[in-house]
Design a binder for this molecule. Structure first.
Ligand code: GCV
Length: 730
């Protein structure tokens, strides 16, 4: 019945669209496709031949064990298979032909018999095998791992194959995660405001916890488990000390209980001055024995409530946050004090390297390296230093941070931003897979060629005993979780790359499209192509050729290349682009602030000269004349303007391609994405016009031939105000 209603609604919608402009009818359609189900939709496989093949290959289930995780596996499989194939499958504890068998060597004798002992021995606690084999004369499919959670991961892998219409008749998959810690960082405040969040409020309803457990918490855990995310930092790095009070720890424990069977550990951001703020102490000096004891006691209190608590994330001596520097101590001394408190319980410290201070008198991009490189070797074993992908702050494009590769004795955790602080909030279609890959695949040359950032982060380059990656979440209470359905793919690609950074951005995009928008080949090809192009398009209309940090001040919404005269130079735009009548760009070569010296040769040498630096970083590392000849043969001015125009025009093309898919995408997602593209098109033009007019006021050169004049007056752009733009820091 529901299905009939759904399809009639689609037909009526289609008819109406024949007569009506697209913007006016969305509110009438409730087709259930509101984005809430993310990539776990399990829509019926309409290719009957394929559905039949799957049905023949899997005729019954045998799921070993009765732990909470086993129950989750059971429910997920029944839900998924009845959605995909229209039938729920019977479970049987007897071995049958064409059975799907799921278990560990401990809970399933069949897994023990399957001759997989050697392979299982190398899988660790999270890896899994998917195998098509003959067992006691029966043809079966196995999902095997050493733990229940590993088999949950294997189950989601198996379901992904079905959702993306892959063959399952001769499976020989072995999969282990490349990083140990695969963690989301929520910048969520206790009042539910999300710093740099654009998808509604925080999903944690602290007020109603611990008793009231929203369905969303379980669905969040499911979604994370489906892509292998195994940790979550619940609160903002600009931390509220109250999170460590008994009142809040009780709430944290209730979330930890929900997440545990999904293999997800809970972590907390802490305020370094908590001993003073909530402990009644007169100092938070990490070398003070009473302070050390306070943290030891606090750790004990936490582990009593949450035996598998993950540990602490710390933003210290950064952007006004307290830290060990306030007491004349180093970052290592601060981190180690916390590490000692957590160590007996198996917890870890993720200590952020995002530090820069006005009084340092050193260019901002260099400061994290200068601060942390000398501390290499001084951190305890259970400390990871968490480094943002680039040396400044999650810009649309940055070179990789020179810290990657520079600290052989200190495990470095990658910090990516999934939320779109500098990339159009939640209305710009920007798939971040290519950006994450660009950074992970970059070669640091720390130990010669092939020393990629990914190998630093996964611990293989320096044989670190622990490794990790964090993504600043883009999740909120919006029905579709991320404000824009396409941006769900950034949560997805983060998790998939955290598990296996060797996957390509394209294959992950395609997988996501198939699961989220459908397997129609035109949809898959066109949407995947749009996703793959989207990041470069945005770089072009926002910050081409290595420009950076030219967003509006504070909220970072829209262009603000004119921003100057703030409390600190390195918060302004003019500090970063340095446009004047002679040219534009930041000279970070040896003739300037010499940031290139922080990279290993030959990267250093490549970046040193404008002739050899990759053009996408030209103005990041060099200040060049407006008439400098770029690789296209155009002058720098003309090339810059062309990039802005190309970027803005490409959004119009994206919108057209999207429109061509109208018949093939469910009405709600289609319409929502269409409306977002309208906004993006408008804002891309805003970026183009404002930046070109502003930089023209220095270059004093005409708009290149063949391009229309930018619309509007520069002064009007400068005067635009958005006091209530979402996501601002408090
Ligand atoms: C949570 C940038 C953001 C801040 C954020 C900070 C950080 O500066 O604008 O909102 O604070 O990075 O990563 O700590």
């Amino acid at each position: 019945m529901l299905t009939i209603q759904k399809y009639s609604a689609r037909i009526i919608f289609g008819l109406l669209l024949c007569f009506t402009a697209h913007a006016s009818f969305a509110q009438f359609f409730f087709d259930g496709e509101d984005g809430y189900r993310l990539w776990l939709r399990y829509e019926p496989i309409t290719d009957r031949k394929l559905a039949k093949q799957y049905q023949q290959q899997i005729q019954s289930l045998q799921i070993a064990g009765d732990s909470q995780t086993n129950t989750i596996i059971r429910k997920e499989l029944h839900h998924a298979l009845s959605g995909l194939l229209g039938d729920s499958l019977a479970e049987s504890q007897q071995l049958k032909n064409r059975q799907l068998i799921i278990g560990t060597p401990l809970n399933s004798s069949l897994i023990g018999e399957a001759g997989l002992a050697e392979e299982l021995a190398n899988l660790g606690n999270e890896g899994y095998l998917l195998r098509s084999i003959k067992l006691r004369g029966k043809q079966v499919t196995l999902i095997a791992g050493n733990t229940d959670v590993a088999t949950l991961y294997g189950t989601f892998h198996f379901l992904r194959l079905l959702q993306t219409h892959q063959p399952i008749d001769s499976l020989a998959v072995k999969s282990t995660p490349k990083m140990d810690l695969r963690v989301l960082n929520h910048w969520d405040n206790l009042d539910r405001h999300v710093e740099r969040g654009y998808a509604g409020q925080s999903i944690w309803d602290w007020h109603k916890l611990p008793e009231y457990k929203e369905q969303r918490y379980y669905d969040y855990a499911r979604a994370n488990a489906s892509i292998g995310i195994n940790g979550t930092v619940l609160n903002n790095v600009n931390a509220d000390p109250l999170i460590l009070t008994p009142q809040y720890l009780e709430k944290v424990a209730s979330l930890a209980d929900i997440f545990r069977p999904y293999g997800i550990k809970v972590y907390l951001s802490i305020k370094f001055s908590s001993p003073q703020l909530i402990g009644g102490m007169s100092t938070s000096d990490p070398l003070n024995p009473a302070v050390q004891k306070w943290w030891r006691d606090k750790a004990q209190e936490i582990y009593k409530r949450i035996p598998d608590f993950g540990g602490f994330l710390v933003k210290a001596n950064s952007e006004g946050q307290p830290g060990p520097g306030d007491f004349g101590r180093s970052h290592a001394q601060g981190a180690n004090m916390l590490a000692e408190a957590l160590e007996p319980h198996g917890g870890i410290v993720m200590w952020r390297a995002f530090v820069y201070a006005a009084e340092k008198n050193e260019e901002r991009s260099k400061q994290a390296y200068s601060e942390f490189k000398p501390l290499d070797g001084q951190f305890h074993k259970n400390v990871l230093v968490q480094v943002k992908n680039g040396p400044i702050d999650f810009q649309p494009r940055e070179p990789f941070s020179p810290l990657f590769g520079a600290t052989p004795q200190t495990p470095l955790m990658m910090e990516f931003q999934i939320t779109m602080e500098y990339l159009g909030f939640s209305t710009h279609w920007v798939y971040l897979g290519p950006m994450y890959k660009e950074v992970l695949d970059a070669d640091t040359f720390a130990k010669g060629a092939g020393s990629t950032v990914a190998k630093v982060v996964d611990g293989s380059l320096f044989n670190n005993s622990i490794s990790g990656i964090a993504g600043v979440a883009n999740i909120g209470t919006d029905r579709n979780w991320t404000g824009h359905i396409i941006l769900q793919s950034n949560w997805y690609v983060f998790g998939r790359l955290a598990w296996d950074h060797q996957l390509s951005a394209r294959e992950i995009a395609e997988e996501w499209v198939r699961m989220t928008l459908g397997n129609d080949s035109e949809v898959v090809t066109k949407v995947t192509d749009l996703m793959m192009a989207s990041r470069e398009i945005t770089v072009n209309y926002m910050t081409p050729l290595g420009l950076h940090h030219i967003m509006a001040e504070g909220h970072h919404y829209g262009p603000g290349p004119w921003v100057k005269d703030l409390g600190r130079d390195d918060w302004t735009s003019v500090y970063y682009h340095r446009a004047d009548k002679n040219g534009i760009g930041f000279d970070r070569s040896p003739n300037g602030v010499n940031a290139v010296e922080q990279y290993f040769p030959p990267v250093r040498d490549l970046y040193t000269s404008p002739e050899t630096v990759p053009e996408e970083f030209l103005l990041w590392f060099h200040h060049l004349s407006w008439d400098y000849k770029t690789r296209s043969g155009r002058t720098l001015w003309n090339e810059l303007v062309h990039r802005y125009y190309d970027g803005a025009a490409a959004v119009g093309d994206m919108a057209q391609t999207w429109d061509s898919l109208q018949e093939k995408i469910a009405p709600q997602p289609f319409h929502q994405i269409q409306m977002a593209l309208d906004i993006q098109e408008k804002e891309a033009l805003w970026w183009r016009n404002a930046c070109v007019l502003y930089f023209q006021s220095f270059s004093d050169r005409p708009i290149p031939e063949g391009l229309e004049k930018p619309q509007g007056r520069l002064q009007d752009y400068i005067e635009m105000q958005f006091p209530h733009a979402p996501g601002q820091g408090k």
